[in-house]
Ligand binder design. Structure first.
Ligand code: NAD
Ligand code: ZN
Length: 340
């Protein structure tokens, strides 16, 4: 089969002929139709320190996708050939304390599709049937292909009650702008999105942000006051991985504010801990998606009218994958989807 492989330990990704993955008794074979490029795939493409430590070479990468069931192992029940599915990319162990308690997202032994095992930049991907999620009819194929990062946005945004609240989202990457759309959809009052990239702030505005702020040029608190806010933000969703953004968020939270941290910093981050203590802030780390509550919420949000279509800014046939990676590398893109 055709696949995009991290074939060599250097910058780039290559189209190769790879063996179709073997289907174990509990596995689904999925014929991939759309596969989106994640920030993680860009780290792997660039071959940065994290990728060098994490990715065995060669490796078929990619983990955001939708496709149809093309085969299944002898022990699999409840799936039909041809059914549309996406897949949870975190494969959990099933035997640790959290897995046994049904809290799979807290598994200590998680393995990643397209990171530790062959992924979805391929004509076929194999995952445990347990990890597959059936796509309801109301969800378009392309939107289903970004359920993995949408799940990051949903898991983070729905960590705290947003109804009537003033929400700050730092980072207008694909996940940040989807979180803005979710926050509006579920009834937040003000949704302020910050970034230092105007292309992305425009995307945030299209996705429903009430106010966007380029923090390299404009004062965040002055902008918030312009919206009538006087006390600070109630909920913060950190989606940039920038230490400066997190420190700024802590400084503009109201007393009793709640922060969910999704962005992954490249090193240690210095914030004013006195603010955390004296404002009695709650800070929650987020990894992946809740299995499978987040997936049901995602489907329901789309079924109830959440419009995510502006976030997909680029589409390419798989033979033009390099253009897709170039679009991601440019910083002038939302989600980039590759069609197989
Ligand atoms: P992205 O890198 O595309 O977007 C991050 C955005 O933050 C960029 O647009 C960048 O310009 C902006 N930014 C940089 N400095 C800033 C600052 N000082 N203030 C405000 N914005 C600033 O990322 P993405 O794909 O949307 O993902 C968001 C974050 O979530 C990333 O850090 C990613 O690594 C992380 N992530 C975490 C998980 C998890 O499970 N915890 C999963 C997926 C992604
Ligand atoms: Zn486990």
């Amino acid at each position: 089969m055709k696949a995009l492989s991290k074939r060599e330990a250097k910058e780039g990704i290559w189209m190769v002929e790879a063996p179709t993955p073997t289907v174990g008794p509990n596995d689904l074979l999925i014929r991939v139709q759309h596969s989106a490029i994640c920030g993680t795939d860009v780290h792997i493409y660039k071959w940065d320190d994290w990728a060098q430590k994490t990715i065995p070479v060669p490796m078929v990468t990619g983990h955001e996708y939708m496709g149809v069931v093309a085969g299944m192992g002898s022990e699999v029940h409840g799936f039909q050939i041809g059914e549309r599915v996406s897949g949870e990319g975190h494969i959990t162990c099933g035997h640790c304390r959290n897995c046994r308690a049904g809290k799979r997202h807290l598994c200590r032994n998680t393995k990643g599709v397209g990171v530790n095992r062959p992924g979805s930049f391929a004509e076929y991907v194999v995952i445990p049937a347990f990890n597959a999620f059936k796509i309801p009819d109301e969800v378009p194929d392309e939107i289903a292909s970004i359920f993995d990062p949408l799940g990051n946005a949903v898991h983070t945004a729905l960590s705290f009650d947003l109804v009537g609240e003033d929400v700050l989202i730092t980072g207008a990457g694909p996940i940040g702008v989807m979180a803005a759309a979710i926050a509006r959809h579920v009834g937040a009052r003000n949704v302020v999105v910050t970034d230092i990239n105007d292309y992305r702030l425009e995307l945030a505005a299209k996705m429903g942000a009430t106010r966007t702020v380029n923090v390299a040029q404009e004062d965040l608190w002055a902008a918030a006051k312009g919206l009538g806010m006087t006390e600070g933000f109630d909920v913060g969703l950190e989606m940039s991985g920038s230490g400066a953004a997190f420190a700024q968020m802590v400084s503009v939270m109201n007393h009793g504010g709640k922060i969910a941290l999704l962005g992954i910093p490249s090193g240690r981050v210095d914030i004013d801990w006195n603010d955390v203590i004296f404002k009695m802030l709650t800070i929650k780390g987020i990894y992946g998606r809740e299995m499978f509550e987040t997936w049901y919420k995602m489907a329901a949000l789309v079924q109830s009218g959440l419009d995510l279509s502006p976030v997909i800014t680029h589409r390419y046939g798989i033979d033009d994958f390099q253009e897709g990676f170039d679009a991601m590398l440019s910083g002038h893109s939302g989600k980039v989807v590759l069609d197989w």
